[in-house]
Design a protein around this ligand. Structure first.
Ligand SMILES: *Cc1c(COP(=O)(O)O)cnc(C)c1O
Length: 402
């Protein structure tokens, strides 16, 4: 992985984007204000003439949102030849607000979206059920392999977006971002990557040729389970300035200053957390793989993962999301009723270990046949490995499996 950055990512996560105001406060205060005052009519006139470095109204922008956007943009741009030049982020009130803005920014009535079959449940529903009502059609491909994608793009010349998640939620299958971008760009389509599972610490899609990165910052970016939030990051200046900035303002899915401030605080430790999360997950994955009650364990860091080589090439670590199959709903339910340290809950990326049952929880909205076809079986369990001691996590899983 090229690294043209003068400072390490750990340093960037702490210092990039921080706002130091005239109060001298070491940590930026929360500007809990809906509106901002003009410095007389002269200020109004300067603003009207395009001086846009001022805050007017907090839906349009506020300091906490700017700080978080700039920090996240710096991390997603880390390693790009031009650094953060031209890379911008917008912060939304949820991951879904960010995903819908990215898709609405790139696809309007008459356009087509090609997406991978396995997606985050609500993103799946947005593409399959909501956007068609506005004239945006879609087709779905298992695994998004380049040959099938080439064929699908040829059959749908109005495609403007290829949408993917890697690793995918919840099956932990990967997509080759660079190969996807090469095929999509040859057909004039843009590539949008949901980078929630990997985070910019482990994978930077822009570096591999993706056009837009979306995040649920609710997960690892915040890391502490306190806020729902989302982000769109891109090096396409026109898209960001003319479409995404407009969509956040006019559709209005904005987060509060306090939520931005909390998320920014969490983001500062992301490199440290992802390192420890990944180390813990490797130990948990090896334990699961060796347990006789577990049929399959899907973790990109295991040699047994069918795309382990791609994971090693595309990622700087394997993350902390694991899917494993206990064979039946009954076996999954038995296990989930017996965990004690680990928590039965949706969401992921928190400092504590969360376990869930996709078929009845996160992916309940997905059509059952589609679900089964995409590998979300009734025995499948998804675990977001936390930062507790790996020994304690394994002991809890072992007891619940036993
Ligand atoms: C949680 C999640 C989302 C949606 O984000 P919200 O913040 O819940 O709106 C999208 N993609 C992935 C991969 C997620 O895990």
């Amino acid at each position: 992985m090229t690294n043209n950055h003068p400072r390490s990512m750990a340093t960037e996560a702490i210092h990039a984007g921080e706002i130091h105001d005239s109060s001298g406060a070491h940590i930026a205060p929360i500007y809990q204000s809906s509106t901002y005052t003009f410095n007389g009519m002269e200020g109004v006139e300067a603003w009207a003439e395009g001086a846009n470095d001022t805050y007017i109204y907090a839906r349009g922008g506020n300091p906490a949102r700017t700080a978080l956007a700039n920090k996240l943009a710096a991390l997603e741009a880390y390693g790009l030849e031009n650094g953060t030049d031209g890379v911008a982020a917008e912060i939304f009130g949820s991951g879904m607000a960010a995903i819908s803005a990215a898709l609405m920014g790139l696809a309007t009535a008459g356009d087509h979206i090609i997406a991978q079959r396995v997606l985050y449940g609500s993103a799946d529903h947005l593409i399959a059920e909501v956007l068609p009502e506005y004239g945006v059609t879609n087709s779905r491909i298992a695994g998004l392999n380049p040959e099938t994608l080439e064929r699908e793009l040829g059959a749908n010349p109005s495609t403007t977006v290829v949408y993917l998640e890697t690793p995918a939620n919840p099956t932990m299958t990967l997509v080759d971002i660079a190969a996807t971008a090469a095929v999509a760009h040859a057909h004039g389509a843009r590539v949008v990557v949901d980078n929630t599972f990997a985070t910019p610490v482990l994978q930077r899609p822009l570096e591999h040729g993706a056009d837009v990165v979306v995040h649920s910052t609710t997960k690892y970016i915040n890391g502490h389970g306190t806020v729902i939030g989302g982000a769109v990051v891109s090096n396409d200046v026109v898209l960001m300035e003319e479409r995404i900035a407009s969509l956040i303002r006019f559709i209005g899915g904005v987060p509060s200053p306090f939520d931005c401030w909390l998320t920014n605080l969490g983001l500062k430790t992301l490199p440290l957390r992802m390192r420890e999360h990944s180390a813990n997950a490797m130990l948990v994955a090896r334990f699961l793989e060796g347990h006789p009650g577990v049929r399959t364990t899907m973790y990109p860091g295991l040699e047994s993962h069918p795309q382990h080589d791609l994971a090693t090439r595309q990622m700087d670590g394997y993350g902390a999301m694991i899917a494993f199959d206990l064979g039946s709903y009954g076996a999954a339910a038995h296990f989930l009723d017996r965990i004690e340290l680990c928590t039965l809950a949706v969401s992921l990326g928190n400092i504590d270990t969360l376990v869930e049952h996709p078929a009845s929880m996160t992916h309940r909205v997905v059509d059952p046949d589609e679900r089964e076809a995409s590998g979300i079986t009734d025995g499948l369990i998804r675990i977001s490995v936390g930062l507790e001691s790996a020994d304690d996590i394994v002991a809890d899983l072992d007891r619940a499996l036993g």
